[in-house]
Design a protein around this ligand. Structure first.
Ligand SMILES: NC(=O)c1ccc[n+]([C@@H]2O[C@H](COP(=O)([O-])OP(=O)(O)OC[C@H]3O[C@@H](n4cnc5c(N)ncnc54)[C@H](OP(=O)(O)O)[C@@H]3O)[C@@H](O)[C@H]2O)c1
Length: 295
């Protein structure tokens, strides 16, 4: 069985990814990550009620990606239950994330960028060393953010040789600049600066990590514009329905993660669009446009 950890899987795109794996890939065993055990248990019960056979293919793991202790305990729990060795896990889907409407740039970076790094650091030793995969769910907000940055920043965050220290320095400079300018994030219902910054930095981390661990397949993707608790407030603010805003279903939002996890992506350290085609990290590529070739 391919054991796969999915963070933030109690609802939204994470839950849709769990369902798709259970429905369409009978060789998978899903570790449903949830920062809140009761919310996770509720979701797990609903899944098992909808299909009793899934009971043998799913387990609940408490994991808050913002907290070192929680991520460490989650890895210990997985190791105790399933084995401490490489090969215990086939894949990790770093899906958990928050939008701007929460509480500021630091928090967004702590969940959307540092959260993914935390999970990777403690769970990679459990991954299959020959076939293991990591999917980082980022966003088209990353390339859109980078498109508006200076050439220097674009080069930094798309550099094949980028390292974590450089990414972290850039995040620290951004935090300092935002506190000095008094810029507020967290009020906007759109996915603006801090969110885009966090996703652009996670894309850059994906380049770095893939270079560090060439035996794993590590990629990032956007799910597309998907109706979830994250985006519904945008429709409400605009007085439109999610469909009128162009939002798609969580099931459609799971496609790119599933492709990167179970399909045949070319290479590692890349960013994919919601249509499962490679896309540039420094400008938006629409679904339907020709794939990015890396030139
Ligand atoms: N929806 C879109 O259009 C869209 C577009 C681009 C990218 N994305 C990305 O897709 C991913 C999933 O988003 P979604 O739209 O499905 O949003 P969602 O419905 O709000 O789900 C987010 C999930 O992340 C969890 N989460 C939040 N903070 C966490 C933490 N500190 N530790 C662990 N889990 C945490 C949430 O748990 P709780 O239930 O406990 O809050 C929830 O399970 C995110 O990374 C998001 O940035 C979404």
């Amino acid at each position: 069985m391919k054991r796969i950890l999915i963070t933030g899987a109690n609802k939204g795109i994470g839950l849709a990814t769990v369902k798709k794996l259970l429905e369409s890939y009978s060789d998978t065993y899903v570790l449903l990550g949830s920062r809140d055990l009761s919310r996770g248990q509720h979701t797990l019960n609903e899944l098992v009620n909808s299909n009793q056979q899934w009971n043998d293919r799913i387990d609940l793991i408490k994991i808050d990606v913002e907290q070192d202790d929680s991520v460490n305990s989650a890895a210990e729990e997985v190791a105790e239950k399933f084995g401490k060795n490489a090969g215990t896990l086939y894949g990790i889907v770093n899906n958990a994330g928050i939008g701007n409407s929460t509480s500021g740039m630091n928090k967004i970076l702590q969940v959307n960028t540092y959260g993914i790094k935390r999970v990777c650091e403690v769970f990679i030793p459990l991954l299959d060393t020959t076939a293991g995969r990591i999917v980082n769910v980022t966003s088209a907000s990353g390339p859109m953010f980078l498109a508006g940055c200076s050439e220097k920043v674009k080069r930094l965050l798309t550099n094949p040789e980028v390292n974590w220290a450089e990414i972290e320095t850039f995040m620290n400079e951004s935090l300092k600049a935002s506190s000095e300018s008094g810029e507020t994030v967290g009020q906007s219902s759109g996915l603006g600066t801090a969110y885009g910054l966090s996703k652009a930095c996670t894309n850059a981390y994906t380049i770095y990590l893939a270079r560090q661990i060439p035996n794993l397949i590590i990629n990032a993707c956007t799910p597309g514009f998907i109706e979830t608790d994250l985006t519904r407030p945008m429709a409400e603010a605009g007085g439109k329905t999610p469909a009128e805003m162009g939002m798609k279903s969580p099931e459609e939002g799971a496609s790119a993660s599933i492709f990167l996890l179970m399909g045949t992506p070319e290479g590692s350290g890349h960013y994919y669009g919601s249509d499962c085609l490679r896309s540039p990290m420094d400008r938006y590529r629409s679904p339907g446009d020709p794939p990015y070739t890396g030139d």
